[in-house]
Design a protein around this ligand. Structure first.
Ligand SMILES: NC(=O)c1ccc[n+]([C@@H]2O[C@H](COP(=O)([O-])OP(=O)(O)OC[C@H]3O[C@@H](n4cnc5c(N)ncnc54)[C@H](O)[C@@H]3O)[C@@H](O)[C@H]2O)c1
Length: 440
């Protein structure tokens, strides 16, 4: 056995997770219930974790001639699915079984197969103010005197959940509805200002920020699957870095943006010109209903629009990408449920400026694409914490439409293949392996 492999085995042993991992989900809607039911179905051996890197992907180590390609989960010490315990908050009091049935992403066959596991998960009372999500109402909400008290109540929930379920570690993932568009302001600039604003019940403090605050204050790694402003409020990002709490976000990269971050790098790699990109979607789930409110839609739209500029670098290539007409539309269309349909019309030009078109018609299932992302984030954030890696986890940008950066001035990486390389090279580095540079 080589020295490197021996050292890795020692690291694996030292970092091996002990005890249960509590996964706390903010929002128990389509994504959360598809995630929970999927994990339970995989544990029972009746479904496969397709789309999850932590469960299915291999990682090449050393030189090609070495022929070493273990599974990622054989290289890094991840929590086992059997050791995961779920908890949630939602203003709607349905247990996870009823919520999964209402979300109607999975068939009755799959939901009923894990009924007892889902029935046990009853959402805790949410920190919820309808000013931030216009199209949701529900009775299962806390009644704190101010937003600081709301955060304290969440921290009490977190401590209670950990104790009752005998968890050794926790992670929190925000899978709640998209909130209205919030601008970063002076109230988010320092921790002191943020806490003052929470105590003063200011409107600049949204529920998503209160959950992120509670997680980070408790030292619980936090991921933001929604586009709402949360851990990316500068005060929270700085606090997480200073206190070594892993955070990451935001907005799961699932359907149309996933395609965008594959096609755009191809156009740039081949120096093909982009004239315009028109994206439209129909979806009929509750997320679509929330996004029918113009203020929530704006939050989502900003997240979807940010992608092209960073990939194409119009400042470096003004002739090719200086005048791209980019539009994104989302329409709530009930009959379609969670089975979103997206259309992209991409106008490009090639040699001597001759025009061409690409059409994409993606009939996707939003939550089916989001669930494995939630699983990977839970396991990788827990790994990051055990490896002592705090602050923004840029190596997990792969999973997000609007990746956070650790330096406010840095541009996020959007190219899916560079993001994938970052992720795998970080795992290699964590285990003392050489990053792959394709020079061998
Ligand atoms: N479905 C996807 O593939 C996908 C992809 C990218 C991002 N997202 C984002 O993930 C989030 C969840 O999507 P979904 O399809 O599960 O939506 P959903 O509407 O099915 O579920 C969201 C749940 O959050 C709850 N909620 C709202 N405010 C809350 C609060 N303050 N505290 C706790 N719970 C709250 C709602 O009651 C609802 O049950 C949305 O922000 C969405 O934009 C989803």
């Amino acid at each position: 056995m080589g020295q490197k492999t021996q050292n890795q085995q020692i690291v694996m042993r030292e970092m091996k997770p002990k005890g249960k991992l509590g996964v706390l989900l903010v929002g128990q809607g389509a994504v959360s219930t598809t995630f929970i039911a999927g994990v339970e179905a995989v544990k029972k051996g009746i479904a496969k974790p397709i789309g999850s890197l932590t469960q299915m992907q291999t990682i090449r180590l050393g030189e090609r001639k070495d022929k070493r390609s273990p599974l990622i989960k054989e290289l890094v010490p991840l929590a086992e699915l059997d050791d995961i315990v779920f908890g949630s908050w939602d203003p709607i009091a349905d247990d996870a079984y009823t919520a999964a049935k209402k979300a109607a992403v999975l068939s009755d066959r799959h939901i009923d197969a894990v009924k007892s596991q889902l029935k046990r998960i009853r959402p805790m009372k949410a920190v919820f103010y309808q000013d931030y999500v216009k199209n949701i109402t529900g009775p299962n909400v806390k009644k704190p005197r101010n937003k600081m008290r709301a955060a304290e109540m969440l921290m009490e929930d977190i401590a209670r959940f950990k104790e009752r379920n005998g968890c050794s570690r926790l992670v929190m993932i925000n899978c709640a509805s998209t909130e209205i568009h919030m601008k970063k302001s002076v109230f988010h600039s320092s921790f002191h200002a943020l806490e003052d604003a929470m105590g003063g019940n200011r409107e600049e403090i949204s529920p998503a920020m209160i959950y992120a605050y509670a997680a980070i204050k408790c030292g619980v790694p936090y991921a933001n699957g929604s586009p709402s402003l949360a851990a990316d409020a500068p005060a929270l990002t700085a606090y997480a870095a200073a206190h070594n709490v892993p955070i990451v976000g935001k907005d799961f990269k699932t359907g149309q943006t996933l395609m965008k971050t594959v096609i755009a790098p191809m156009l740039k790699a081949r120096m093909l010109k982009l004239d315009g990109w028109f994206s439209t979607n129909i979806l009929g789930n509750r997320d679509g209903e929330v996004l029918a409110d113009p203020q929530s839609f704006k939050t989502k739209q900003m997240s979807k629009l940010s992608v092209l500029d960073t990939i194409l670098q119009p400042d470096m290539y003004p002739e090719l990408y200086g005048e791209v007409h980019h539009q994104v539309h989302i329409n709530h269309y009930k009959p379609r449920g969670d089975n979103k349909e997206g259309w992209d019309n991409i106008d490009i030009s090639g040699w001597m400026d001759y025009p061409m078109q690409i059409k994409i018609n993606f009939l996707c299932r939003d939550s089916i694409l989001a669930a494995p992302i939630a699983l990977d984030l839970a396991l990788f954030l827990d790994l990051a914490q055990r490896a002592g890696m705090g602050g923004v986890q840029e190596w997990l940008s792969f999973y997000f439409k609007s990746p956070m950066t650790s330096m406010p001035s840095a541009k996020p990486e959007h190219d899916l293949f560079i993001q994938h390389m970052m992720l795998k090279n970080t795992l290699r580095a964590m285990m003392g392996e050489t990053p792959v540079d394709h020079l061998d």
